[in-house]
Design a protein around this ligand. Structure first.
Ligand SMILES: [Zn+2]
Length: 554
């Protein structure tokens, strides 16, 4: 047994409702030995040698924040591509500046076209956001950059690839192409848009060599983990593991995350399409086996399904009356009437299902699948989680509760996107009611908050998401969006700590400060439950503690 370190702090919020606050926390071998006061833990301290650490004497400790849905490895790869996004974004050694308008995007593309040699080399860029940069791109517009050089642009939320005519030629794509997610003009002509996973993979296939190799992938993953750690995060889940290559992604994660210097615990949630390809009929049993391979820092958990598109890229599915322009988004690759059948082997094997559903029509599809699973093979505590839950209705919160499901919600859009999408795609009613957390709270549904970083044009910052959840202030700084959907500070903090742990099936190990759990803390300048709720976003994150080791943020 090693020595005990006792951290004293100005205040400790435990997120254990029976023992909510403390002033000292004792740690041994990376785990919590006791939480309370120096006096209360004397039965331990009298028996064993210990040191008192006063590093946090003026600071506030919370359980380490958990972001239960990110894409750090994937975004670490995108970081090396030419950047077109409308917000600043991390690059390997700096921050990429924002391109705020469509004109700025076109100017940057002309610059890249002039720079990149030879002229036959494809031009690949990432980060275009149709919501903030003037609507979806069209092949004719990209032909203005070049008619000879293939140009392919990946949207910031990577649900679209926009291709020029030379790129379509490189793909061998013409009007006879039959594939889910291939965009066409009203007259049937290909418009250069490839939407959602199957079409995206098709459009990017000839460009695989333009993505970085494994050394830079490791660098990208470390850089993104640093962003998370600076925001107070100690655990995150990669919610689309294996989508490109199961084995190479595993080698990357295993080598990078197991490095003692890597500042996060990482949970890998395999993409169903990938493990079906990898393990065929045995997929469900293999996922259960993978889950047994856990180490303290890296583990597999559950399985990920898709049912529709993106909120910021405007490809999610809504109920009638559809989008403002009379259109609608796109379902995922699995037809909705086959969702339950594809989920069933995992459901029967006891594997937790995470189902991406952004719009209310897609949420209906997942709820219908869940109802079918419950009728075929009833389960308690299955924790099927609807990922994102961005545009929902009151009846759906009630049904989610009745069927025993959970929600992992992206509430950043309430602040950053609700005014944009009042005017574009979803219209005022749905934009205002984005991320209905108040309803989930009143219906008794357990929910987490996540960032989806860095694939949705929003930052990774759990404290900021707490601020948004309790204030629901739009980007104009004045409009309160759907005030009845605001939640209290304590509940919002649960959604980035203990309830996020529950959504990942890790509530016995992380998410609150209790004896026996990992000694993972977020270290803040002040107590978010004691400051004015409008000031929560201004608290400073000192850094984190992972397994008892302090990791200063800057
Ligand atoms: Zn995601």
């Amino acid at each position: 047994m090693s020595d005990i370190t006792v951290f004293v702090a100005r205040r400790i919020l435990t997120m254990d409702p029976g023992r909510p606050t403390a002033s000292a926390i004792a740690v041994r071998d990376g785990r919590i030995l006791s939480v309370g006061t120096i006096e209360s833990m004397q039965p331990w301290l009298r028996r064993y040698s210990h040191t008192i650490d006063e590093t946090f004497a003026d600071l506030v400790l919370l359980p380490g924040f958990i972001d239960p849905h990110t894409h750090l490895a994937q975004s670490g790869t995108y970081m090396f591509l030419n950047y077109l996004g409308p917000i600043p974004s991390p690059a390997p050694d700096r921050i990429n500046p924002a391109l705020p308008t469509r004109d700025a995007v076109m100017a940057r593309l002309h610059e890249l076209h002039a720079e990149i040699r030879p002229a036959s080399e494809p031009l690949l860029a990432w980060g275009f956001d149709p919501g903030m940069q003037g609507g979806h791109l069209h092949r004719d517009e990209l032909d203005l950059i070049s008619r000879e050089r293939p140009v392919a642009i990946l949207s910031y939320a990577p649900h679209f690839v926009y291709a020029n005519s030379a790129m379509l030629k490189l793909l061998g794509a013409d009007e006879s192409l039959r594939m889910h997610g291939v965009g066409r003009d009203a007259d049937g002509r290909l418009n250069g848009r490839f939407i959602e996973m199957e079409a995206l993979n098709y459009a990017l296939a000839p460009l695989r060599g333009h993505f970085v190799g494994k050394d830079k992938q490791a660098l990208g993953l470390r850089r993104m983990a640093q962003v998370a750690q600076h925001a107070g995060v100690t655990t995150t889940a990669d919610m689309l593991f294996g989508a490109r290559n199961f084995e190479s992604e595993w080698r990357l994660q295993n080598s990078v995350v197991s490095d003692p210097a890597f500042p996060l615990r990482m949970v890998l949630v395999p993409y169903e399409g990938a493990i079906r390809k990898r393990f065929a009929e045995d997929a469900a049993a293999c996922v259960a086996d993978l889950e047994a391979r856990a180490t303290d820092k890296l583990r597999f958990h559950g399985v990920k399904f898709f049912s529709d598109g993106s909120y910021p890229a405007m490809s999610l599915r809504v109920r009638p009356p559809g989008y403002l322009d009379g259109g609608n988004g796109l379902r995922g690759d699995i037809p909705w009437d086959q969702l339950a059948e594809r989920m069933l082997p995992f459901w029967k094997a006891g594997v937790q299902i995470h189902a991406h559903a952004n719009g209310d029509e897609a949420i209906d599809a997942v709820l219908n699948a869940l109802a079918k699973l419950q009728s075929i093979h009833p389960r308690f505590d299955h924790r099927l989680t609807i990922e994102h839950y961005c545009i929902s209705t009151p009846d759906q919160a009630r049904r989610l509760k009745a069927l025993g499901g959970l929600a992992s919600v992206n509430c950043y859009f309430v602040h950053f996107r609700s005014l944009i999408h009042s005017e574009q795609a979803f219209g005022p009613d749905r934009a205002e009611a984005t991320a209905r957390l108040g309803l989930l709270e009143r219906k008794g549904v357990t929910f987490a908050l996540h960032s989806d970083f860095s694939l949705v044009v929003a930052p990774l910052d759990p404290l900021l998401s707490v601020w948004i959840a309790v204030n629901r202030l739009a980007a104009d700084g004045v409009t309160v969006q759907a005030p009845g959907e605001r939640i209290g500070v304590e509940r919002a903090l649960r959604a980035v700590t203990i309830d996020a742990a529950y959504v990942l099936g890790m509530e016995r190990e992380i998410g609150s400060l209790e004896v026996g759990k990992f000694a993972d803390f977020s270290v803040l300048s002040d107590d978010p439950t004691a400051v004015d709720r409008s000031a929560i976003r201004d608290l400073r994150v000192w850094g984190t503690v992972l397994g008892g080791h302090p990791l200063p943020g800057v």
